[in-house]
Design a protein around this ligand. Structure first.
Ligand SMILES: [Zn+2]
Length: 485
């Protein structure tokens, strides 16, 4: 009996000590959370080259017919030949006319009429020619070549047919998504126009940053969310965006909106029913802006919108706007508090990361798909460390080389390899170099290649130049493991 009493006392003391330790641990943890220093945002780089270069400008006056599922109107493209070569023809991307949209219910496509070219010498009509093999590529013949450094104006009327499709371009019961819908000057790279087919398993677009000024007339009961600063009055939306990689609009109704000012950026989350998810999207986007803004450089635009809509697969990025699959918002709260909670926040952070890599530091998503996806995947971990989410690196032995184009990969390889191995390469680089050299690379890429399109060769050159001297050999070993170089 005494012995039992004595054991009980020891047990009570042990439990008390354990609880005291737990309370101290929890207090320290909470204190750490409350006192966590939010690192200051870095200054936005000056991007002198980009500001000096006169970018292409797009102006469009459009109207949306909700019943016919069409966008009609006029587009003017102020083309500046910023390359070093003369352009004998122009090439436009017309993604709505890709096979995948043409063959969808209600069929997507663009009809172009009344196309004219204007130069200092006068105006003339031209007949655009659609490429046989790649219907999304349109060649615009010129009466005389456009010399390097010179400019001209292209004008055209158009009717854009919107298919019924859960995609970046298409309408569903939730909204009408207009991603990459305007005829847009193709990318001029290595002395020729870049012509890629649409890749349904991922992304295959490539474009220079440009300025957009778009007016859209739509039924007054609809909400228009789009790239850039916009106002809507009496059904007329006027939008302006500068130095963006592309222009996107989402048109629909029934959204709730929550917003927060983050420094100079107005962050807005548009959701339909699940307010928990709507707030989570806003909070994840704000934290991602802090995480990337303090480690790479400030977000250079004044707005960022996260929109719940009917797309495939989870999320997709456009200039200043991110679309997230509405099915994810429909998960129950119980499910949301489990695995999905972190998955959703990481998904939003991934798409926000594309504003840095793809948006500002651009790449050809068909020829160099690993660049934007690898960096965005790695930046998920930077975000996860920032907010305290457990998100282990997915190390994979690279069976394909990262400098494989979309053409060389099937959908499964693209999904599992480009993202995971791209992120793993950057993780290994950081482990080899240390934080200072690694984040110096990210900051310099952002500063020196902002508003440009970077290719794998240039990027690997930057990586070799940023490698600490003691790591030169290990850096080359890493490059040889992950690339054909
Ligand atoms: Zn991505």
């Amino acid at each position: 009996m005494k012995k039992r009493t004595s054991s009980k006392k020891i047990a009570t003391i042990f439990v008390s000590l354990f609880m005291l330790a737990a309370v101290i641990f929890a207090s320290i943890h909470l204190l750490a959370l409350h006192t966590r220093q939010i690192p200051p945002l870095l200054q936005a780089p000056q991007w002198e080259t980009a500001v000096r270069n006169a970018k292409t400008k797009y102006e469009a006056q459009l109207s949306y017919d909700e019943q016919a599922h069409t966008i009609c109107g006029h587009e003017t493209i102020h083309v500046n030949n910023t390359s070093a070569e003369d352009w004998g023809t122009l090439c436009l991307n017309d993604w709505p006319s890709s096979d995948v949209f043409v063959s969808s219910p209600c069929g997507g496509s663009t009809e172009l009429t009344n196309c004219t070219i204007s130069t200092d010498a006068g105006s003339y009509a031209v007949e655009p020619v659609r490429s046989d093999g790649v219907p999304s590529a349109i060649s615009v013949p010129l009466a005389s070549p456009l010399p390097a450094g010179e400019s001209l104006q292209v004008d055209m009327d158009m009717v854009i047919h919107i298919p019924q499709k859960y995609d970046r371009f298409g309408y569903t019961e939730t909204a009408c998504n207009l991603g990459s819908f305007l005829p847009q000057l193709a990318l001029w790279k290595n002395g020729e126009w870049v012509i890629h087919p649409y890749f349904e398993g991922g992304e295959s677009v490539a474009s220079e940053c440009a300025d957009y000024s778009v007016t859209l007339t739509a039924p007054k009961n609809l909400t228009v969310i789009c790239t850039g600063e916009s106002t809507t009055e009496h059904g007329v939306t006027v939008a302006n965006a500068s130095h963006v990689r592309d222009f996107c609009m989402v048109i629909g109704k029934g959204w709730h909106k929550v917003e927060r000012q983050h420094g100079n950026v107005r962050v807005r989350s548009y959701y339909k029913r699940n307010s928990i998810m709507g707030y989570e999207a806003l909070s994840a986007a704000v934290d991602a802006l802090s995480a990337f803004g303090s480690s790479i450089g400030a977000y250079p635009y004044s707005t960022l919108d996260i929109v719940e809509t009917g797309i495939w697969p989870g999320g997709i990025e456009f200039g200043q706007i991110i679309l997230i699959n509405h099915a994810i918002y429909a998960f129950s709260s119980d499910f949301f508090h489990g695995y999905t909670h972190d998955f959703f926040r990481l998904l939003v952070a991934h798409e926000v990361a594309h504003q840095w890599f793809y948006g500002v530091v651009g790449n050809d998503q068909y020829d160099d798909p690993w660049i934007d996806e690898g960096f965005a995947t790695y930046l998920e971990h930077v975000y996860a460390d920032f907010v305290g989410i457990h998100h282990p690196i997915g190390y994979v032995e690279p069976t394909f080389r990262l400098d494989s184009s979309v053409q060389e990969l099937n959908k499964g390889e693209y999904a599992s390899y480009i993202y995971t191995a791209g992120g793993a390469f950057l993780a290994e680089l950081r482990e080899t170099w240390g934080d200072d050299a690694f984040f110096s690379l990210l900051r310099d890429l952002y500063t020196h290649h902002g508003f440009e399109v970077i290719q794998t060769n240039d990027l690997l050159m930057e990586i070799r130049e940023h490698s600490p001297e003691k790591s030169t050999e290990k850096t080359q070993d890493l490059i040889s493991r992950y690339f054909h170089r």
